[in-house]
Design a protein around this ligand. Structure first.
Ligand SMILES: Cc1cc2nc3c(=O)[nH]c(=O)nc-3n(C[C@H](O)[C@H](O)[C@H](O)COP(=O)(O)O)c2cc1C
Length: 209
């Protein structure tokens, strides 16, 4: 059975344009993959806590040595990691907020980067331990940034996913959404069409099924 994990990271939850594009993709993907499952994690409705020194220590501690508080903290991370490990396809609604990723997504990143579990260091450098996954990022922006040096979001997200071993990554942009209907409408239409196309295409994860 194929699994899709969808992360909605818009402040506006299901009302965010990035969430709606991710929804479009997920609905088509599920229709094209009978018997598959879709898990939706809405980081606005259910935010992941910020990483603290205490939480990080809980991740590092051996399970048998954790205090009760540390066990609960590590459980949050373990659950998020398990969801990601189980996913064949990762779909992220990715708004641009103040030149970066939503802080809720950064908190999720901080909880799924686990040494020895999702990545490890070897003598030749870091190695991502989550192999064979495909990721689709629905990147919504008020302005136009893709392809310009100021678009640090794309590189950051690509590098982070690659660090965990997720290197097969597709960015779909809807830009200029604050630039009036004449720009915003076609941008959303184009991204929506791309969502339909990618979700129904014979992507590698389906060929491997
Ligand atoms: C708090 C906030 C910060 C934003 N910062 C930026 C920005 O730095 N650059 C930009 O092009 N658009 C910015 N925008 C516009 C959003 O990227 C745009 O509204 C997009 O649709 C957000 O995706 P969403 O609808 O899924 O939340 C910002 C919007 C908000 C609410």
């Amino acid at each position: 059975m194929r699994n899709l994990l969808q992360l909605n990271t818009s402040l506006f939850s299901t009302g965010g344009r990035s969430s709606q594009l991710a929804d479009t993709f997920a609905a088509d993907w599920q229709a094209a993959n009978p018997g598959s499952s879709v898990v939706v994690r809405d980081l606005a409705a259910n935010p992941v806590p910020h990483l603290t020194g205490e939480r990080f220590q809980a991740f590092l501690a051996k399970p048998e040595d954790r205090t009760e508080a540390q066990r609960l903290e590590a459980n949050v991370s373990d659950e998020l990691v398990a969801e990601l490990q189980a996913a064949d396809v990762l779909v992220i609604g990715l708004p641009l907020y103040n030149f970066g990723v939503p802080s809720t997504l950064k908190a999720w990143f901080d909880h799924v980067a686990r040494a020895g579990i999702t990545f490890r260091y070897t003598s030749s450098g870091p190695e991502g331990l989550l192999k064979g996954k495909k990721a689709y990022l629905f990147a919504t922006r008020g302005g136009v940034h893709a392809g310009f040096p100021r678009d640090t979001q794309t590189g950051f997200v690509r590098d982070f996913l690659a660090f965990l071993g997720i290197t097969d990554v597709e960015f779909i942009y809807a830009e200029g959404l604050a630039m009036g209907d004449a720009v915003a409408k076609p941008a959303i239409e184009k991204a929506t069409l791309a969502a339909h196309r990618f979700a129904s295409s014979r992507a590698p994860e389906r060929l491997a099924a």
